[in-house]
Write a protein that binds this ligand. Structure first.
Ligand code: CS2
Length: 496
């Protein structure tokens, strides 16, 4: 189809009725949130909630200034500039009901690598009250196993030495804080929206450590003027494919260079710990709670761990999408047994949801064929995900001397994953910043399985756990001699 409109403010009134468009005068939206990490997830989640607040409740005080810091974000930054911050969100329910919405809550955008000082100055301006983050697990530079901030990470070290060309969120924000302090301006609420255990507490202790090392005179200001609420965010959001772009063009006569595809389910739970006014997010379904831990544990250990498990066993079985694996009986029974036997004993129901309802909901969300979520997205950077999503369950089961069979099988399958070929001898790409090391130790594990676990940064004490080591070695030998499909059937029949 050649008859299409480019997505931008001017064309909004002419877009077809099949797209829900923004109805407010966007010039009247005032910015008070600086969001770092304008990725698909942010665009499907936090930016969507602000958009709903603007559109349904005429709340014009919490527009978003989008900030990207990574080289890889340049393309999206240019597109957002081109499209006046607008983009389409394709919300796909598993019952086949879909909605296409233009989201208009991102009203400004800055790109750090292009002009770091202008970016720092913008965040330091007095109108910004909340700095929110989706910088992914690896953006926090945590030691995989201890969960502690890794001051020795090369990018962090570099930032602590060269303040004019920062690369990390720490390098940027310490300068922002200094400006605010110098100008006698109030502080911020820093709202982490990443899948990290106690994300607010974690980023707080990372900042304290970073500031202590680089500019300790700022510590009292930081302690007094910044709050770090924990939050739990949940909405499956895929990597955009060229087909999605074509779909918007063909079905809605609109050319959006980078639409976002997500499921219809969405959830956001935030600890009520804000420095100043916060958006009345509860009007659009956000829940403010005192203690986030039960929500977080349930989500990280069921949904995110479930994703990682399907990602590993699915890739080895030759699948490419989450829904294919979730609709495969052997794979899903394995996952359900893992959740029932090893996860459930260590988590509790939340105020609003029982473990079994959440589990069933997650399984049916995984089966949604319309979002076509790729296993490559799930397995990307799994060396920073498995320690957060799977190890807490494993270590608690070990501590309580309870079954670890499924966890040990998963870690053995994860080792086999680094052989880089599926059961049909087809190679797949491994996208992980620790891949060199993991591929090397997985290769060595053919002779001596324990060598995979000797990857100290990732496994730390697990290698000293006799029972775990024994079960891991056993499953690895099975997985290297039988196709994974057969291993899963035998596991499900308790015959392995
Ligand atoms: C996924 C998450 O990255 C992953 O491994 O599990 O991105 C997941 O889709 C979101 O956390 C859903 O809320």
């Amino acid at each position: 189809m050649s008859n299409f409109l480019y997505l931008n403010t001017e064309n909004i009134p002419s877009l077809p009725k099949s797209i829900t468009t923004s109805k407010v005068d966007r010039d009247k939206i005032k910015t008070s949130i600086a969001h770092i990490g304008i990725n698909n997830f942010h665009r499907a989640h936090q930016a969507y909630y602000i958009h709903e607040l603007i559109e349904k409740h005429n709340e014009m005080n919490f527009g978003i200034c989008g900030i990207d810091l990574l080289e890889s974000d340049r393309k999206l930054y240019n597109i957002l500039k081109d499209q006046d911050g607008l983009y389409t969100l394709l919300i796909k329910n598993s019952n086949g009901k879909h909605e296409t919405k233009v989201i208009g809550s991102i009203v400004e955008y800055f790109y750090g690598p292009e002009n770091p000082m202008a970016t720092i100055e913008r965040i330091a301006q007095p109108d910004i009250k909340i700095i929110s983050l989706t910088i992914a697990e690896d953006g926090y530079h945590l030691n995989e196993i201890t969960g502690e901030f890794n001051m020795k990470h090369p990018e962090v070290e570099e930032d602590s030495l060269n303040k004019f060309n920062p690369r990390t969120v720490f390098g940027y924000l310490i300068q922002v804080f200094n400006l605010r302090k110098k100008r006698d301006l109030p502080g911020y609420t820093i709202l982490s929206c990443d899948n990290i255990q106690s994300n607010g507490d974690t980023i707080k202790s990372s900042f304290l450590k970073y500031v202590n090392k680089t500019d300790s005179s700022l510590l009292p200001w930081l302690e007094e003027n910044i709050s770090f609420p924990n939050s739990m965010v949940d909405r499956i959001t895929t990597v955009t494919s060229p087909i999605d772009i074509e779909k918007v063009k063909n079905e809605h006569a609109t050319y959006d260079q980078w639409p976002v595809v997500c499921e219809s389910f969405s959830n956001w739970i935030i600890e009520d710990n804000f420095m100043f006014d916060k958006p009345v997010w509860e009007k659009v379904g956000v829940q403010f709670v005192k203690d986030i831990a039960p929500f977080e544990n349930m989500k990280l250990r069921i949904l995110n761990a479930g994703h990682s498990i399907l990602g590993i066993i699915g890739t080895l079985s030759g699948h490419t999408s989450v829904h294919e694996v979730a609709n495969n009986e052997d794979c899903i029974v394995f996952l359900e047994n893992y959740i029932n036997n090893e996860v459930t004993p260590n988590i509790e129901n939340t105020e609003t949801q029982s473990i079994s309802t959440y589990k069933n909901q997650v399984v049916s969300r995984f089966k949604n064929p319309f979002i076509n979520d790729k296993l490559s997205r799930i397995c990307k950077e799994s060396s920073t995900k498995i320690p957060i999503f799977i190890f807490p369950t494993l270590t608690e089961q070990l501590k309580n001397k309870k079954t670890i069979e499924h966890s040990a099988f998963v870690i053995a399958a994860w080792c086999k994953y680094y052989d880089g070929v599926d059961d049909f001898k087809n190679p797949f790409d491994i996208l992980d910043s620790s891949s060199n090391q993991l591929i090397r130790t997985a290769a060595l594990s053919h002779q001596n399985p324990e060598l995979f676990l000797e990857n100290n940064d990732i496994f730390k004490n697990l290698v000293n756990h006799k029972s775990f080591k024994e079960r891991f070695t056993y499953y690895l030998s099975k997985l290297r001699s039988l196709p994974i499909k057969e291993c899963l059937v035998l596991m499900n029949e308790k015959k392995l």
